[in-house]
Design a binder for this molecule. Structure first.
Ligand code: SF4
Ligand SMILES: [Zn+2]
Ligand SMILES: [Zn+2]
Length: 310
């Protein structure tokens, strides 16, 4: 008979092995140590101020469910801060409605009101319509969706007078993005994906990623043990083939050498600092059409909107 290991923190029967710290954890210590880790990340990157109005991007999936739950817990110690869950409804028939249900249920359980903004209201087109109208260029649906969602979330946060936008990127997501940028020969992009609050682009609501040091495995375990409502059906437009290859490679490396994901994130931070110090590429001008900060005369949103209108 195999003995169930005891929790490394409190000695009770453990239900989870956190590989990168070699800790066996009971469910209560799993939850507590995950929250503590996010609190440390927030302090380390100086992500939040005591009286911030925080717009939390909620997709209905597990990552943003865990993000909202943890932020709600941490921010309860700061009576002057405020959390506003925000969902961007891209307009994907039969998919987003289910995710919205989960996002509403979670928000209600935390006594928060979910704010919903749609692509259609903010940009004039639903994603389904964009898919029908776009030309047969080399851009995939996710490229349009990603650019438009960024803009939609920024506009939503401005409307809600939020000081900061929190998104649910976990450590696996971030490490995959870093490696994909390197493999595609676009390592300068890393400086764009890993920005901290203080390096945010002037004129845009600053963005933070509080669960960036939490692995996907930890996220799943946290959501599972707290029975958080979330929706896990893949988007019908998902084009994840390349990311899936990188994910498999990183998962294998993390299994063989726990700590690989975190080491990838730390490398990205050093590269970001080096890029930012050595390049003026991060200077933004204003888009001549919509007045949003942009690295070129026409911002990506206006460029894409023009292409689907033509
Ligand atoms: S998978 Fe692509 S199209 Fe679907 S929500 Fe994500 S970015 Fe948008
Ligand atoms: Zn314990
Ligand atoms: Zn523009």
């Amino acid at each position: 008979m195999t003995m169930q290991p005891g929790c490394s923190k409190c000695g009770k029967p453990a239900i989870y092995l956190r590989r990168y710290t070699s800790e066996h954890l009971c469910s209560a210590c799993l939850v507590k140590t995950t929250i503590d880790r996010v609190r440390k990340t927030i302090n380390r990157y100086k992500m939040l101020n005591d009286s911030d109005r925080i717009a939390v991007g909620i997709s209905g999936g597990k990552d943003s469910a865990v993000l909202l739950h943890i932020l709600h817990n941490i921010e309860s110690a700061y009576p002057n801060s405020e959390i506003i869950p925000v969902t961007i409804d891209e307009g994907i028939q039969g998919y987003r409605n289910e995710a919205l249900k989960a996002a509403r249920e979670l928000s209600r359980s935390l006594d928060l009101t979910l704010e919903v903004f749609s692509f259609e209201d903010l940009l004039g087109y639903s994603l389904d319509e964009i898919v029908r109208r776009r030309s047969s260029d080399s851009l995939g649906t996710c490229s349009y969706c990603g650019v438009f969602r960024r803009r939609a979330l920024n506009t939503a946060a401005e409307n809600l007078e939020a000081d900061v936008i929190a998104t649910g990127h976990n450590l696996d997501d971030e490490a995959q993005t870093v490696l994909m940028n390197i493999l595609r020969g676009d390592s300068a992009r890393i400086a764009r994906t890993s920005v901290s609050r203080e390096l945010s682009v002037k004129g845009l609501v600053p963005r933070i990623k509080p669960i960036i040091e939490i692995t996907e495995r930890d996220v799943v375990a946290y959501a599972h043990y707290l029975k958080l409502p979330y929706h896990d059906i893949p988007c019908p437009y998902a084009e994840e083939a390349y990311r899936n290859d990188v994910r498999s490679f990183l998962n294998e490396m993390e299994y063989k050498r726990p700590g690989t994901l975190l080491a990838t994130l730390r490398s990205a931070e050093s590269m970001t600092r080096a890029f930012r110090q050595s390049s003026t590429k991060w200077e933004f001008t204003l888009c001549e059409k919509c007045n949003s900060p942009s690295p070129s005369k026409l911002c990506k949103v206006c460029e894409m909107l023009e292409s689907i209108r033509s």
